[in-house]
Design a protein around this ligand. Structure first.
Ligand SMILES: Cc1cc2nc3c(=O)[nH]c(=O)nc-3n(C[C@H](O)[C@H](O)[C@H](O)COP(=O)(O)OP(=O)(O)OC[C@H]3O[C@@H](n4cnc5c(N)ncnc54)[C@H](O)[C@@H]3O)c2cc1C
Length: 383
């Protein structure tokens, strides 16, 4: 693993850093979720206008054909400048790259251009009430009717469904096959129709980031099948493989920023001085080491992709370590700053509550541990 950037990578970073120095998203709206979404959408449009929205996308689709390292630099710099993530991160990181691999020319032509500037945002309709970690157990049914498919079932945890125009939907199309991974099909669902009902789920933070999604005879034209009927599992794996690649770099920088902020706040209160200071410094030092390990492991994962062409199990390790470190950090902030950190207008109270979901979203810690046990340590498979 070589951690020095070559000339091209350094030039890419410098150009981006200069752009981020001259452009920002403006003040973050507080309390109003729609306003917050519009703020991130407008930020994505600024990025898109300067061709920074989909840096990893090929230039023929409006990206910069960035290498994996450049893409990692992009997310690191975005995090470093404390900018928000673009609004349609699911379109940019998941739907777009999946369509580039599996989509027909007509699908690419119709759907890709409106992702970059968040004109038609996406959501991800994978999880169901009885199918989360075990995605292949999903029960939503799609039945052919002439040139359409008719879809009935329920999805859950669908982030951003309230803003989405399109949904990456995986549904069962073969009900006879004994192997549940087979018989799934990946569709592009138009959210704007009467058979699609979105019901917000309010979280512990007070926001409704995700939703229940009810499909009541929703219709999907046959030309919106992605990757062929019955091939949904493979297409869904492409989506999931893209999920963690870029975000790992953003998240590790965000962890770093939060830790620096906590150190500043604690130092400003004089808590690092005197007899008790050592114990606090040790806890902060421990988190510093964890943040560095996460950063280096994320780069190691990048090297694996460059060498073997696909992500290694390191991605699971990074996600697991990051969620644990972020939960520890937010808990430590509240322990050290006391009641004041728990008031409604303190950013730490939000961070503490939001961090609870970190060990569930994008793969639960238990499932990630299974992957590390089986694929990194070579322990026997659990089933
Ligand atoms: C903030 C957030 C946003 C999300 N956004 C989306 C989205 O946009 N679209 C979408 O489709 N999904 C989304 N999800 C859903 C997420 O992918 C699922 O929550 C996750 O896959 C776990 O599934 P589950 O909730 O059904 O839990 P289950 O799979 O039912 O798991 C329940 C418990 O059992 C444990 N468990 C399950 N299987 C095993 C095993 N084999 N070994 C050991 N333990 C196991 C789990 O770790 C967990 O503790 C989101 C979740 C969160 C928290």
């Amino acid at each position: 693993m070589d951690l020095t950037f070559n000339d091209e990578e350094a030039a890419f970073r410098d150009e981006l850093r200069a752009w981020l120095g001259a452009n920002d998203a403006g003040p973050e709206p507080q309390g109003d979720e729609d306003a917050h979404y519009r703020w991130r959408r407008d930020w994505q449009r600024q990025l898109a206008d300067a061709r920074w929205a989909g840096v990893h996308w090929p230039s023929e689709f409006g990206g910069r054909s960035a290498t994996l390292t450049q893409s990692a630099i992009f997310f690191e710099e975005l995090g470093r400048s404390r900018a928000p993530l673009p609004a349609d991160v699911l379109g940019l990181l998941l739907a777009g790259p999946t369509l580039m691999v599996w989509g027909t020319d007509a699908q690419k032509e119709r759907l890709l251009p409106t992702i970059l500037n968040a004109e038609e945002p996406w959501c991800q309709g994978f999880s169901e009430p009885d199918a989360g970690s075990d995605l292949a157990a999903l029960k939503t049914r799609a039945v052919r009717d002439g040139d359409d498919w008719v879809v009935t079932g329920q999805k859950v945890w669908t982030s951003g469904a309230q803003f989405a125009k399109w949904c990456m939907l995986v549904a069962r199309t073969d009900f006879e096959t004994p192997k549940k991974h087979q018989g799934l099909t990946y569709f592009v669902l138009d959210m704007d129709q009467p058979g699609v009902i979105v019901r917000p789920l309010r979280q512990i933070t007070g926001e409704a980031e995700f939703n229940e999604l009810f499909l009541q005879e929703a219709r999907i034209p046959d030309d919106a099948v992605v990757g062929g009927v019955g091939n949904g599992w493979k297409v869904a794996m492409t989506t999931l493989m893209n999920e963690r690649s870029g975000l790992a770099f953003f998240l590790q920088v965000r962890l770093r920023n939060q830790l620096d902020k906590l150190i500043e706040e604690v130092a400003a209160r004089g808590m690092l001085d005197g007899a008790g200071g050592n114990a606090i410094a040790q806890k902060l030092g421990d988190l510093h080491v964890k943040a560095e390990v996460i950063r280096l492991t994320a780069y190691r994962g990048l090297t694996a992709i460059e060498r073997y062409g696909q992500p290694g199990p390191e991605g699971s390790l990074t996600k697991w370590m990051w969620s644990q470190a972020n939960q520890e950090l937010t808990q430590l902030a509240v322990d050290l700053l006391g009641d004041e950190a728990l008031t409604a207008d303190s950013p730490w109270s939000y961070e503490l509550l939001r961090a609870r979901g970190n060990s569930i979203e994008g793969g639960t810690t238990e499932v990630l541990k299974n992957i590390v046990a089986e694929r990194v340590l070579g322990l026997p498979r659990m089933r």
